[in-house]
Design a protein around this ligand. Structure first.
Ligand code: COA
Length: 320
């Protein structure tokens, strides 16, 4: 199997930013409680015409423009989402149509919740092996706000909406390692329409915290071992942005360099499958990403799923 390199990123957020103080007006909580426990101050919620598809399309368009890649050059499109607008068609199919991508390339969604972007990149890598084209468009896009139970303060304060996108290029011989896993369980779940239960996020917070810290350590550990790299050879660890305490705990336990762990959950909350590409795009826009850097991406979440990638920013990485 060939490797992927990161060529560019894009992102899109709803217009409405919701601060912890706004939530404190409708439930018994406070900015102090939420920020201390999670590192989150605010998040974005979709409104009006905003949908998973509209955010995904905007993020994808920006990534393609920055990469200088045309619709014809895209060899596959995979979107990580667990909150798509339709049960079917896939968000990816609607984005394909909006962007005018070719009609003879694989286009589909992946539901691995907060690990979705890692899974989606691996699915895209598989698709590219059989393609004459070099580029994959991989998106993470969510509207988790649709599933929030605003009477449950222990889950409602954690999540937000948004989309991030990446253009990857198939590049033989480039540094690339992956790890994916799952351990079926209902610790975080949203019942489906057919279950008769409310379609709302429900979570065993403490169990998920324990799982998340183990999954992150396992993902990073496997990638470091496979690559035989040391922490000082990695430029950035870009982890699922669920909770700053989860990242702090892992950094402490692994004696890892804290300054290399990017965090932006303060402004976006947990955007599930969109969080890793939103973080990549946020880093790009802050001029933190550049050609030749080595990145470790890590995801964990409902499923329970977990996984990670180690890859390079392309020599011609298109910074913002
Ligand atoms: N505001 C104020 N108080 C809150 C609150 C909120 N938003 N949510 C819960 N509380 C209260 C609880 O009711 C409880 O009160 P009590 O002691 O009177 O019963 C108290 O705070 C402590 O609750 P607890 O659940 O023990 O808190 P915690 O320290 O475990 O923190 C989480 C809760 C959700 C922040 C924490 O478990 C967590 O981060 N879990 C991982 C969640 C996650 O990241 N999920 C997504 C992974 S992809």
């Amino acid at each position: 199997m060939e490797s992927l390199e990161l060529v560019s990123t894009g992102g899109a957020l709803p217009k409405r930013s919701v601060h912890n103080d706004d939530l404190a007006k409708i439930m018994d909580t406070s900015d102090e409680w939420i920020f201390t426990r999670t590192g989150i101050h605010s998040r974005y919620f979709c409104g009006g015409e905003e949908t998973v598809t509209s955010l995904a399309t905007e993020a994808a368009r920006q990534a393609m423009e920055r990469a200088g890649v045309t619709a014809d050059e895209i060899g596959c499109l995979v979107t990580a989402t667990c909150s798509g607008d339709y049960a079917t068609p896939a968000v990816s199919c609607l984005v394909q149509s909006a962007l005018g991508l070719a009609d003879d390339i694989p286009v589909t969604d992946v539901n691995a919740a907060c690990t979705g972007f890692i899974y989606a990149a691996e699915v895209a890598r598989g698709f590219l092996q059989e393609s004459e084209k070099q580029y994959a468009l991989v998106i993470g896009a969510e509207q988790i706000s649709r599933y929030l139970d605003m009477t449950d303060r222990s889950t409602a304060v954690l999540f937000g909406d948004g989309a991030g996108a990446a253009i990857f290029r198939r590049t033989p011989g480039s540094l690339y390692h992956h790890v994916l896993g799952a351990m079926g369980g209902l610790e975080i779940n949203v019942p489906g329409a057919a279950s008769g239960m409310p379609e709302k996020v429900s979570m065993d917070g403490k169990a998920v915290f324990r799982f998340a810290t183990k999954a992150m350590r396992r993902g990073i550990g496997v990638l470091m071992e496979k690559s035989e790299k040391a922490f000082d050879e990695i430029d950035w660890f870009v982890c699922h942005q669920a909770n700053s305490r989860i990242i702090d705990y892992v950094v402490h336990k692994m004696k890892a360099p804290e300054e290399k762990f990017f965090e932006d959950m303060e402004r976006f909350g947990n955007t599930s499958g969109a969080s890793v590409p939103i973080a990549l795009n946020d880093m790009n826009e802050q001029h933190l990403l550049s050609a030749g850097q080595t990145l470790v991406l890590v995801g964990f979440g409902s499923g329970l799923t977990w996984g990670g990638l180690m890859l390079k920013c392309a020599p011609d990485f298109r910074a913002e």
